[in-house]
Design a protein around this ligand. Structure first.
Ligand SMILES: [Zn+2]
Length: 113
């Protein structure tokens, strides 16, 4: 995963293939890199952690045609300039439940069609 989609400050922890009735699903567990602070979403500077939000899922590019998700519990950081806020997530844009990689993938297919 790091060769394909490396995000500085984050590590891939566990990748699981789940059987959901007649569908399969791949969950990619993402965790913060232990030695690095989260970044403020406004100024992109490292900021001390405040707390963590519940886990969220983002749709990633399907692998072997199987729906694939990033799972991550975003940190809230306490930026000295902007106060407490959700950290910058390099694979996410706003509240969309889709990774930026998947949005690019869909846009390329859209153009081709
Ligand atoms: Zn800031």
């Amino acid at each position: 995963m790091n060769r394909i989609q490396h995000f500085a400050g984050f590590v891939y922890q566990e990748i699981r293939l789940l059987n959901q009735g007649e569908y399969l699903r791949i969950d990619i567990q993402v965790e913060p890199h232990g030695a690095m602070d989260g970044k403020c979403a406004q100024c992109l500077k490292g900021a001390p952690g405040y707390d963590r939000l519940p886990k969220r899922c983002w749709l990633f590019v399907p692998l072997w045609g199987i729906r694939t998700f990033f799972r991550y519990a975003p940190r809230r950081v306490n930026c000295p300039e902007h106060g407490i806020g959700v950290e910058h997530l390099p694979w996410s844009e706003g509240k969309r439940p889709v990774t930026t990689t998947m949005m690019g993938f869909l846009a390329r297919w859209g153009r081709r069609l």
